[in-house]
Ligand binder design. Structure first.
Ligand SMILES: [Zn+2]
Length: 210
């Protein structure tokens, strides 16, 4: 795989990459690794750049969202917070209910909060709180936070039993997904040298709050 850097005044450095296995030009915006354009084997880099520039507005909006999720230079504005709250109210209750029913958990009530101290919490009364800023992180990390809080319904601490349960659920839920291929090589089963839940926790810490 060869690589080249292209610089755009608004986006910054863009990594151009050629991949024999890819079938089309693709653009990826990662909060840590930045913007990457992958082109198939026989496609020139210039075509990749043209494609990227045609998607510039989208790339810049994703970058802005990711920056906001980090809570660094650009704080989320009140308007953005309201948009996120609407998205979160639409998405999180359904997703949490689906995960809970799949793994046989019952919680009392879900509250969606806006705070900077945690992604989620679970009270002794089995009420779950989720941070509306979860809408700014990738889907698999959202799922990870929800699985984590659901496990607290059984164990209200971070002891070995809690971690064993969380790891089992993560290994099952992410079985066959690309999340596992980057962590555990034995798809679906638990790799004790690199637990899936630990890898996801680590990835989540690259965002804010964590
Ligand atoms: Zn916890």
């Amino acid at each position: 795989m060869d690589e080249k850097i292209y610089r755009d005044d608004d986006i910054g450095d863009i990594v151009l990459r050629r991949n024999a296995r890819s079938r089309r030009v693709s653009v990826r915006v990662h909060p840590v690794r930045g913007v990457t354009v992958t082109v198939p084997y026989l496609v020139p880099y210039s075509a990749g750049i043209r494609f990227l520039l045609s998607k510039k507005k989208w790339v810049l909006s994703v970058m802005a969202r990711q920056k906001a999720a980090f809570g660094t230079a650009a704080p989320v504005s009140p308007e953005q917070t309201e948009t996120l709250r609407c998205e979160a109210r639409e998405y999180l209750p359904r997703r949490l209910a689906a995960l809970a029913s799949r793994y046989g958990f019952e919680y009392n009530r879900l509250a969606i909060k806006d705070n900077r101290s945690n992604w989620g919490s679970c009270s002794s009364k089995n009420n779950i709180n989720l941070n509306l800023r979860l809408m700014l992180v990738p889907e698999h990390l959202r799922d990870y936070v929800m699985l984590h809080e659901l496990c607290h319904l059984r164990y209200h601490d971070h002891g070995p039993a809690f971690h064993a349960l969380l790891e089992r659920l993560c290994a099952d839920w992410f079985a066959g997904s690309s999340v596992l291929s980057g962590t555990s090589r034995t798809s679906g089963s638990v790799n004790p040298s690199f637990p899936v839940s630990k890898a996801l926790e680590k990835e989540l810490r690259t965002y804010h709050p964590a």
